[in-house]
Design a protein around this ligand. Structure first.
Ligand code: PRP
Length: 176
């Protein structure tokens, strides 16, 4: 088996500082309101756990899970919800929390679906953004780091369900 090499892209201290900055901005923007954070499983679970502990307005949480049709490495452009929210969002301030934006297909679909449920507001906070990979236009309201194309793992992100536990964000080299 070929050994997979990892190289640290963002060490945990850098991540922690940036997540704190995002949480500070979100706290200021939603001052006096109550937020519903919607995490996209599975990748967002660590980012969301850190983010929520830095936000100083009251937050509730819920989760969705989405899947793309067809081959996992090459998206066909069709997305569906495999686990929906348990919370009605009409009239609520909703912030979607995502680990990474790649083609933009997942978030553009989810935003469209959730908008139809008439939240008071709907924004997106993404930890990583691979802007150059977009297939559909999509801009998040809050972004941790913009990164170039390349396979990144750790801090919730996986390769074949491995590496989510790594505290740093790492780039994978020599993957077949
Ligand atoms: C990844 C990531 C985003 C999505 C982004 O999820 O967590 O949800 O892909 O890709 P897109 O912008 O091209 O739509 P994945 O399907 O790998 O599931 P996971 O979160 O369980 O790892």
């Amino acid at each position: 088996m070929t050994e997979i090499k990892t190289e640290i892209l963002f060490p945990k201290e850098v991540i922690s500082r940036r997540v704190g900055e995002l949480a500070g901005r979100i706290s200021r923007d939603y001052d006096g309101r109550e937020l519903l954070l919607v995490g996209i499983l599975k990748g967002a679970f660590i980012f969301m756990a850190d983010l929520i502990r830095g936000i100083n307005v009251p937050c509730r949480v819920d989760f969705v899970r989405l899947a793309s049709y067809g081959c996992s490495s090459q998206s066909s452009g069709k997305v569906r919800i495999t686990k929906d929210l348990e919370t009605p969002i009409a009239g609520r301030d909703v912030l979607i929390v995502e680990d990474i934006i790649d083609t933009g297909l997942t978030l553009s679909y989810l935003v469209k679906v959730l908008r139809e449920r008439e939240p008071a507001s709907l924004r997106v906070c993404a930890f990583l953004d691979k802007k150059e990979r977009r297939q559909v236009p999509f801009d998040a309201d809050y972004v941790g780091f913009t990164i170039p194309d390349g396979f990144v793992v750790g801090y919730g992100l996986d390769f074949n369900e491995n590496f989510r536990f790594l505290p740093d964000v790492c780039v994978l080299h020599d993957i077949a």
